[in-house]
Design a binder for this molecule. Structure first.
Ligand SMILES: NC(=O)c1ccc[n+]([C@@H]2O[C@H](COP(=O)([O-])OP(=O)(O)OC[C@H]3O[C@@H](n4cnc5c(N)ncnc54)[C@H](OP(=O)(O)O)[C@@H]3O)[C@@H](O)[C@H]2O)c1
Length: 188
């Protein structure tokens, strides 16, 4: 990774998927201080602090999230509404990357105020860098946004862009059971 200043990333939820991505990014040379994590549970924050010294750990969303160029949504889908509400004022200018299963990009636009939303559907091997993630970008997402998403998800394994949000379900089905062969997949 280059030594140029890295855009600040913020993870909402500091569980398994967030830890896998963060670990990969730091191993690739990203400074820990360029990563904010909102994680309400003290024991999990302590684990993250021990594993990744220098991360900026928050117990709750605050105005520092406005610094983030990219928000990564990594909470359980059923907790998305609760997690997003306190972030709303601070994140509308950022690119949003969701790894949450089943939360439509329309809902992420509504909750964050940002039209720049990418959904990723990683599979479980992503946790050990061997995954395949289908990616879908809304129209407002730029080429530079896509490049940042690819850089952030690189530690999880391969990424493949799909043209339609509904194709993410097909990716999930295929990547859960074997190698992808669908013609709906394309590289950017
Ligand atoms: N693990 C996978 O292989 C995998 C694969 C594909 C997609 N995903 C998706 O990735 C997302 C995260 O999965 P995961 O396995 O990383 O789950 P996880 O380990 O449970 O991580 C979620 C984290 O978010 C925290 N959290 C709960 N409420 C919060 C709030 N209001 N604000 C901020 N953080 C909050 C949780 O704390 P507590 O645990 O203490 O509640 C937990 O540390 C899910 O949407 C899942 O669908 C996971």
């Amino acid at each position: 990774m280059s030594t140029a200043p890295q855009p600040t990333l913020a993870f909402i939820g500091g569980g398994n998927m967030a830890s896998a991505i963060i670990g990969g990014l730091l191993r690739a040379g990203r400074p820990a201080a360029s990563v904010i994590v909102v994680e309400p549970f003290e024991a999990q924050r302590a684990k993250l602090a021990a594993e990744f010294p220098g991360l900026r750990l928050l117990a709750a969303a605050d105005t520092s999230l406005a610094e983030a160029a990219l928000l990564v949504w990594a909470v359980k889908p059923q907790l998305f509404g609760e997690a997003a509400a306190p972030c709303a004022g601070a994140v509308a200018g950022a690119l949003q990357l969701s790894v949450m299963a089943g939360i439509r990009s329309d809902s992420i636009v509504a909750a964050t105020g940002s039209q720049r939303v990418v959904r990723a559907m990683p599979n479980t091997p992503a946790l050990i860098g061997q995954g395949i993630a289908g990616l879908f970008a809304r129209e407002a997402v730029t080429a530079a946004d896509k490049a940042l998403v690819e850089q952030v998800l690189a530690p999880t394994g391969q990424t493949l862009w799909v043209q339609a949000e509904s194709d993410l379900d097909a990716v999930t089905a295929l990547s859960g059971s074997g190698r992808p062969t669908s013609s709906t997949w394309s590289r950017p």
